[in-house]
Design a protein around this ligand. Structure first.
Ligand SMILES: *Cc1c(COP(=O)(O)O)cnc(C)c1O
Length: 371
């Protein structure tokens, strides 16, 4: 066996996305101790940069040392106690995982379902909140990566507040690709992932918790069943004061990468990053239409960074081979459909560093040739 040297591939699936060379270079810098004062400074910078990315003043904003799924578990494990009622909105794969989290925390999941490819219906959510006045938390996915749909987070958060509920929002795919306004919307807990629009390697999950969420956690009657994700313990490691205690060994070089990718976001400016995703999405859409392909999601709910393309009837039988040809002959990865949409759609990502004119061209010319 020799060193592993994969070819460069253009990643235009549901994540991971390609990584800015600046971020990869940052990862290769010398390791230092995870309690070294220099590393503590880096942690403080990361928290500040994440607060910008999330548009929040929440002091408890930091990356969980594990992928997006761990950020999800962190929100549910800390906020849901046995017997708590949680309203979970399901319009794709990731809403289903939220439900599973609620059940495993001993909570009772009340479900509002919407068809895959459509957004969460605020009317249905409002009706469910009225039917179940004892609901403690509303949980929803802002950007459903399995379908390419963006739900109206501001409207959903407003309903939760009107009914005295906390909110948990999945913004794994939305963060830095479309507006995520934690404080303006009044979201209580949110989690994301490093490998989607932050164009960082996978393995870190930025989370943010509002003061109201922290108060709820402090008032728990039962201990948090997960030791690793227990925020009261993690907080001592990530907190702002001098006395940081050992909790776990942070993935140090991965933090260098996240820091560099957050600097890229800050230097570009969030508004510019959102606009760039939109511009390249429109170019991709126009090119796909020229090839006779259409998108699954209706225009107002489309995520620019996750384009679900309907596979024409005549190509459905060959869809797996087409993706294989794109990967083998064009070094281009696009995503398959999941669950109810398996075999029916392709998912073409334009995330972070990958939201570029080059990627739009690469994808359209490869598709044209293969189709
Ligand atoms: C990718 C993704 C996740 C899971 O993140 P991992 O890093 O794969 O654990 C959760 N929610 C959404 C919406 C995602 O797109």
């Amino acid at each position: 066996m020799n060193s592993f040297n994969p070819n460069f591939k253009t990643l235009m699936g549901p994540g991971p996305s390609n990584i800015d060379p600046r971020v990869l270079n940052a990862m290769a810098r010398p390791i230092i101790g995870h309690l070294d004062p220099q590393f503590i400074e880096l942690m403080d910078d990361i928290k500040e940069l994440l607060r910008y990315a999330y548009q929040t003043e929440n002091p408890l904003t930091f990356p969980v040392s594990a992928p997006g799924s761990a950020g999800m578990e962190s929100c549910f494990a800390n906020l849901v106690e046995p017997g708590d009622k949680v309203l979970v909105c399901i319009n794709g794969v990731f809403g289903g995982r939220m439900k599973e989290n609620v059940i495993r925390c001993g909570g009772e999941a009340v479900i509002v379902e919407d068809e895959w490819g459509t957004p969460v219906s605020p009317d249905k959510v409002e009706a469910a909140l009225k039917t179940h006045p004892d609901i403690k938390i509303l949980a929803f996915v802002h950007a459903e990566t399995s379908t390419g749909v963006c739900s109206d987070a501001a409207a959903l958060a407003k309903l939760a507040q009107a009914h005295g509920c906390l909110t948990i929002m999945d913004c794994v795919t939305s963060l830095a690709g479309v507006p995520v306004l934690i404080d303006e919307w009044g979201i209580d807990a949110a989690y994301s992932g490093s490998q989607k629009c932050l164009s960082c390697p996978p393995g870190l999950s930025p989370v943010t918790f509002s003061p109201r969420a922290i108060e709820t956690i402090r008032k728990r009657n039962t201990p948090i069943q997960s030791w690793f994700l227990d925020l009261s313990l993690v907080m001592d490691y990530w907190s702002g004061d001098e006395a940081r205690s050992y909790h776990h060994t942070a993935p140090i070089n991965a933090m260098y990468a996240l820091h560099e990718s957050l600097l890229l976001v800050r230097d570009e400016g969030l508004e510019n990053a959102w606009a760039r995703h939109q511009t390249h999405h429109e170019a991709l859409k126009a090119g796909l239409e020229k090839l006779g392909l259409t998108l699954l999601v209706e225009e107002p709910y489309r995520l620019p960074q996750m384009n679900s393309v309907l596979i024409p009837e005549a190509l459905k039988a060959r869809e797996g081979d087409i993706r294989k040809t794109l990967l083998n002959e064009h070094n281009l990865e696009i995503g398959a459909g999941l669950g109810a949409l398996a075999g029916k759609i392709w998912r073409i990502g334009l995330m972070g560093f990958g939201a570029s004119e080059d990627n739009v061209h690469t994808c359209l010319s490869a598709l044209e040739e293969v189709l």
